[in-house]
Design a protein. Structure first.
Length: 338
């Protein structure tokens, strides 16, 4: 029997994998049913009122920006109570915003696929990341703990080949499921938006941005799946992967973050794995650090923010996953499995 086919069959036959697939379907079904029940097709009067409110909101932003420029130039000297004007008026320049108010923002109870596609996709990616990690850890952890790997090596006595095939079957299976789930998931909410929500025309830029987010999400799912597989291989048990993640979250993400804040370390967020995950998914993540503005000369504007971009974050994620995976293969090659 082909080793790859045998591993794929073993993966799909695991009860835990089947349970996770059922939970995936239930989560999607509940989300879709809730969205459908809470949405309705907007009437012509609702659309007209929403367009007027959006136009007023955009005009208000423009008026505020112009008043800020006037105060900056000295044309207005009287106090304007109730309004805040930053030192740099470009911060509130409407043309520099990622998006301006639109009619969909003023239609409560109306689902808009154009507005909600990204949050929905983030939810899908989060579930698939959890799915990949748990399945990856349990897939190899259970075999190592129960002696299944030993029986497999009696049939195919090449350790690295067996472990590599297991990892390949895991990544291939998770990728196939993620692609199928993504298509079904996004298509379902697109239909809801067109039939029971605000039907809008979606341009090429929208689909390119959504596709880029989906692609980065799939890469993250595969990396986390391999990470769970590697940690469980090193610890010879599924619980080793779960314990390692819990320990990291408590000791580093919570404990070390608190210590770094106490000692006023510079840019502590760039030392956290969660920050790099966010930067990879969104393309860029901004963080505040009051240390950046210390020592600035008076009168020089300093916002105290710094950014993490997707490139360095991907290198960090690849380095951690690749290092642990290589260590898992090295240990498995020499370990006594009895």
């Amino acid at each position: 029997m082909n080793l790859v086919r045998a591993e794929l069959e073993r993966l799909s036959a695991r009860r835990f994998v089947q349970l996770m697939v059922v939970l995936l379907v239930l989560a999607f079904g509940v989300t879709a049913a809730t969205t459908l029940a809470g949405s309705h097709r907007p009437s012509a009067a609702e659309l007209s009122a929403a367009r007027n409110e959006a136009a007023e909101a955009r005009q208000g932003m423009e008026d505020t920006f112009q008043r800020c420029l006037a105060r900056q130039d000295g044309a207005i000297t009287s106090p304007d109570e109730g309004n805040y004007y930053p030192a740099d008026c470009s911060e509130i320049d409407p043309t520099r915003r990622d998006r301006l108010p639109i009619a969909a923002d003023f239609l409560p109870g109306v689902f808009s696929f154009a507005q909600q596609a990204r949050p929905l996709l983030y939810f899908l990616i989060a579930f698939l990341v959890l799915f990949g990690f748990l399945v990856g850890a349990s897939y190899v952890g259970a075999d190592l703990n129960s002696g299944g790997v030993v029986n497999l090596l009696l049939w195919r006595p090449r350790r690295l080949t067996v472990l590599g095939t297991k990892l390949g079957a895991l990544l291939g299976g998770v990728l196939a499921l993620a692609l199928a789930a993504s298509v079904l998931y996004l298509a379902t909410f697109w239909v809801i938006g067109q039939t029971a929500g605000l039907a809008t025309e979606l341009d090429g830029d929208f689909w390119r941005e959504l596709g880029a987010l989906h692609g980065r999400g799939l890469v993250l799912v595969l990396l986390v799946s391999a990470l769970g597989f590697a940690i469980a291989t090193l610890g010879r048990h599924t619980s080793a992967a779960l314990g390692a993640v819990a320990a990291y979250a408590v000791v580093w993400e919570l404990g070390a973050r608190l210590v770094l804040e106490i000692v006023d370390a510079r840019r502590p967020d760039q030392l956290m794995l969660s920050s790099h995950i966010g930067a990879w998914l969104s393309g860029e993540a901004r963080f505040y650090d009051n240390q950046l503005c210390r020592g600035s000369a008076d009168g020089i504007y300093c916002d105290g923010f710094y950014s993490l971009t997707w490139g360095p974050s991907l290198i960090v994620l690849l380095g951690i996953t690749g290092g642990l995976t290589a260590a898992a293969f090295a240990v498995f090659r020499r370990r006594d499995l009895i």
